[in-house]
Design a protein around this ligand. Structure first.
Ligand code: UD1
Ligand code: MG
Length: 501
């Protein structure tokens, strides 16, 4: 099969800045400029507003846990150390995010300032810049982080903030500026006056700190506010009060920095990311007939001139070649498709489909299916752990499990591989250019040789040699005139419609 990884277009939520290439991004092309950068990602909160048994950092968005998006953005921005603060359901969060980041435990959830302090034992001597990010800002692009870092390093501030604007920033901390326009402090919604709440500039909880300034200021944060919590946002006012320089830059797009606190915001963030992934794919040569109803996860790769029809789901690292037509109603998960493959109204999971394979409508390809070139799988066919050679077909109503089918072989409608005896699974091996008649029952373990012919309606429990015929049918008993005599006895009436099943 052709290699679907060649000349492919990969949807990425947060590639490095140099890939998108605007002027501001070029300025940020080497933002680290000598100073090392670490990141603290806060993910210890209880996330009460999600009303979920699943910890918020693990709620998936386009195939990745929410906080994994933030980790990726840091990595793509060139951040050298990433420390994730865990607390609520710490072990679950850690297992869900994986071991390629460092973890620190916030024992009690006493606010974002307290959470950042939990990273101090790991980063106390960090000699450069520390980013602090909330783990619930999943749309953050790496390029924005690079811009923040570049600005922070250029101006030598103690802290540099990212800010954003919304007509109605209800729920977010507001940016309070002094009369000359400099940042003065951040006020939380719950502590804000009516006048402060009317401010449209809000703080997405994304900071770059000079490391010593972060640690010294965190020590001074007090929990004297409406929630009785240690607010990380208070570091801003404290730094300004000490005469330290605090800078701010605006986010490119508000959507980049939206926080997710409820499932309503989760759905909104997922919709934005989905649209971004599809936009990248369309710009790279993939046709998406109806982007509002097409679902492609991160890291899915799709070749040029492939068409995604509505209600198509491409999930979990799936790779698709060129010139395929997928959908309407295709769900393809963790699978690899070659070029020119057609999948209509079917499910394909953990399978490989080589060039020109045709699937559906209404087929179910379960894990371990491998279709050779130009294999045809039609309606109501279920395949599992089955390998079909080039040009083989099962066009209607079949179950082929734990099987091997040679090239050019035809599987008739209603064929079943009986792979399970109640204790163990057994294999069916069918050779090349064989013909399996309709309603054959292949009782595994069993082998049908190359070119063999299994007659329709035959149960086959013994091996069939190459080029042989296997036929196992009871001879029908034909009783001449029987039906006519029955009608004569019982009348010619059609059956009572109400009694038909
Ligand atoms: C926070 C900011 C707010 C900002 C908003 C942006 C504070 C006090 N407020 O509010 O100014 O506009 O983010 O989205 O910082 N966390 C911990 N430990 C805790 C508490 C929270 O690790 O004890 C983590 C959470 O898991 C979450 C992040 O910190 O990932 C932010 O906490 P959250 O409760 O979502 O704060 P917001 O109310 O959104
Ligand atoms: Mg939040």
């Amino acid at each position: 099969m052709s290699d679907p990884s060649g000349a492919q277009n990969r949807a990425r939520p947060s590639g490095p800045a140099s890939e998108s290439g605007g002027p501001a991004e070029r300025e940020a092309a080497s933002p680290l400029s000598g100073r090392p950068v670490a990141a603290i990602i806060l993910a210890a909160g209880k996330s009460t507003r999600m009303r979920s048994k699943l910890p918020k950092p693990l709620h998936p968005i386009c195939g990745l846990p929410m906080t994994a998006h933030v980790v990726r953005a840091c990595r793509a921005a060139g951040v050298q150390r990433i420390v994730v603060v865990v607390g609520h359901e710490a072990e679950k969060v850690r297992a869900g995010l994986g071991e390629d980041v460092e973890y620190t435990l916030q024992e009690q959830q006493r606010g974002t300032g307290d959470a950042a302090r939990a990273a101090q034992p790991l980063l106390a001597d960090w000699p450069g810049t520390i980013l602090v990010l909330a783990g619930d800002v999943p749309l953050l692009p790496a390029a924005t982080l690079q811009r923040l870092i570049a600005r922070h390093h250029q101006c030598g501030a103690a802290a540099t903030l990212l800010t954003a604007f919304l007509e109605d920033p209800t729920g977010y901390g507001r940016v309070i500026r002094d009369p000359s326009g400099g940042v003065a402090r951040i006020v939380e919604e719950r502590d804000a006056s009516a006048e402060e709440r009317a401010i449209k500039e809000w703080f997405p909880s994304i900071y770059a700190f000079d490391a010593p300034a972060l640690w010294s200021t965190l020590a001074a944060v007090r929990a004297e506010n409406a929630q009785g919590e240690y607010y990380l946002t208070d570091t801003v006012g404290l730094l300004v009060g000490q005469g330290a320089r605090v800078e701010a830059i605006p986010a490119d797009e508000t959507a980049d920095v939206l926080g997710v606190n409820t499932r309503v915001e989760l759905a909104a963030a997922a919709a934005i990311l989905r649209r971004r992934l599809l936009t990248d794919l369309m710009l790279s040569g993939v046709t998406v007939t109806d982007p509002a109803n097409t679902y492609v996860e991160v890291d899915v790769q799709i070749g040029q001139d492939t068409v995604l029809e509505p209600n198509t789901f491409l999930l979990n690292g799936t790779r698709i070649g060129e010139d395929c037509v997928l959908g309407p109603f295709a769900r393809i998960e963790k699978s690899t498709l070659g070029n020119g493959v057609r999948v209509l109204a079917s499910q394909v999971v953990e399978s490989v489909l080589e060039d020109g394979a045709k699937v559906g409508p209404f087929a179910n390809l379960r894990p371990g299916t491998h279709l050779g070139p130009k294999v045809k799988i039609g309606d109501f066919v279920e395949l599992k752990n089955a390998r079909l050679g080039a040009g083989a077909q099962a066009s209607h109503l079949a179950y082929i499990g734990d099987a091997e089918v040679g090239e050019g072989t035809n599987i008739g409608a209603g064929t079943i591989t009986c792979n399970y005896d109640g204790y163990a699974k057994h294999r069916t091996v069918i050779g090349k250019n064989a013909f399996i008649g309709s309603h054959a029952t292949l009782i595994a373990p069993v082998t049908v040789g190359d070119g063999a012919f299994v007659a329709a309606a035959s149960p086959v429990a013994e091996n069939v040699p190459p080029d042989a015929l296997a036929i196992a049918r009871a001879h029908p008993t034909i009783k001449e005139g029987w039906a006519a005599r029955r009608r004569a006895e019982r009348g010619a009436k059609t059956p009572d419609k109400d009694k038909q099943g």
